[in-house]
Write a new protein. Structure first.
Length: 380
């Protein structure tokens, strides 16, 4: 069962997801003016990069964004105006990424301009449920507007899914109509704040409480839940205790400090070193306090197994994404290496964000990919 904590530290909004007595996810909402994921703008083509089928689009504030163009796309030229949606925020030297295919996300479904198709989350494995969801949504598809059924729809009531889908369809139509009368660089739609999006993303059956000590966040969450997720409205509560502040109750400053440290100790005496770079993240598993007197191969196997569990946990906690390379302690036994990979793969499947164990390279480095949804906490 999960509890979502919303508060402020040093003027920034902190979102923390707690499972039992352990924090499993952290996020910090900034106050910068950069375009955020989900924002929709009426932009203008600044320049073309035909050799890589891409365009550079200017949006509000003079921000330049990269836009990949499918080969079948209508030909564009500098000066053309078009609707675009931010799919990845600007990171260091990299521009923000935008797409011409708009989408509006809800708790159970995502309206997507995908040619009117219906897609169902691969995590919904029951064939009959998948077919019933397909049939439920088909009548709502209009023109380019189709739907992607999220994992949360697997156990949701049909009326809840339909209510949300109809709301998203109405918002999409209104957005398209509004765009016809707005000037270039206008922001037409704002993606919901990070702390509200977490309410959408957390599995419905797991989210039990939403707690905040901030009056404005309570009111915003209350308004959002009543209009978009009324089935979760009763989970929201306002924390008031003059003797013990909410951040102190959950030791959030300490949690943040630990989540930013490069070294993570394991109970076995081993430790991880987590090194994010601009291109990828490297995680090194070390024996640490191992003294060499025990069965060497078995000890390495046990440390690696504990490291695998901690790595799966740290990826989610720190929101690490892209390419992750893990250098486990080398083991001679092929059977133990395969067993370790199978265990790690099962652990990664539990991540709410798509995380894939790609392979173990010839140098015995384990390659993992994790979908980028938002900035890792070290960048936040």
């Amino acid at each position: 069962m999960s509890k979502l904590i919303l508060t402020r530290l040093s003027g920034r909004i902190v979102s923390a997801v707690w499972n039992g007595n352990q924090v499993v996810s952290l996020s910090l909402s900034g106050t910068d003016s950069q375009a955020a994921v989900g924002d929709i703008y009426l932009g203008r083509v600044k320049s073309m990069a035909k050799n890589i089928s891409a365009a550079f689009i200017e949006i509000a504030g003079g921000q330049i964004c990269y836009c990949n163009l499918p080969k079948t796309a209508v030909k564009l030229k500098p000066g053309d105006e078009l609707l675009v949606q931010v799919t990845r925020e600007a990171v260091k030297t990299k521009d923000a990424v935008v797409s011409r295919e708009l989408s509006l996300s809800g708790k159970y479904a995502v309206l997507a301009e995908n040619g009117g198709r219906i897609a169902v989350s691969s995590k919904i494995t029951d064939k009959k449920r998948r077919e019933s969801l397909q049939a439920l949504m088909t009548p709502l598809c209009e023109g380019e507007a189709g739907f992607i059924l999220r994992t949360n729809s697997g156990e949701a009531a049909e009326e809840e899914i339909l209510r949300e889908a109809e709301r998203l369809l109405g918002e999409w139509k209104a957005l398209r109509e509004k765009a016809r009368f707005r000037t270039c660089f206008t922001k037409l739609y704002g993606g919901i704040p990070e702390y509200l999006k977490l309410m959408q993303d957390l599995p419905a059956r797991e989210l039990t409480d939403i707690v905040t000590d901030q009056k404005d966040l309570f009111e915003e969450a209350q308004a959002y839940l009543s209009s978009c997720q009324p089935e979760d409205a009763e989970k929201l509560c306002y924390y008031e205790d003059p003797l013990l502040a909410l951040p102190k109750l959950y030791s959030l400053e300490t949690v943040w400090e630990r989540a930013l440290q490069k070294r993570v100790w394991l109970k076995s005496g081993g430790y991880l070193v987590i090194e994010p770079t601009e291109a990828l993240t490297v995680i090194d598993v070390n024996t640490g306090k191992y003294d060499g007197h025990k069965n060497r191969e078995e000890t390495f196997y046990l440390i690696n197994r504990e490291a695998a569990r901690e790595i799966a946990f740290q990826l989610r906690l720190r929101n690490l994404s892209g390419i992750i390379l893990v250098d486990f302690i080398d083991m001679e036994s092929e059977e133990k290496r395969l067993s370790l990979l199978r265990e790690l793969e099962e652990l990664l499947k539990k991540d709410p964000i798509k995380t894939v164990l790609v392979e173990m390279t010839k140098l015995h480095l384990v390659e993992i990919t994790r979908k980028k949804i938002r900035k890792p906490i070290y960048e936040q």
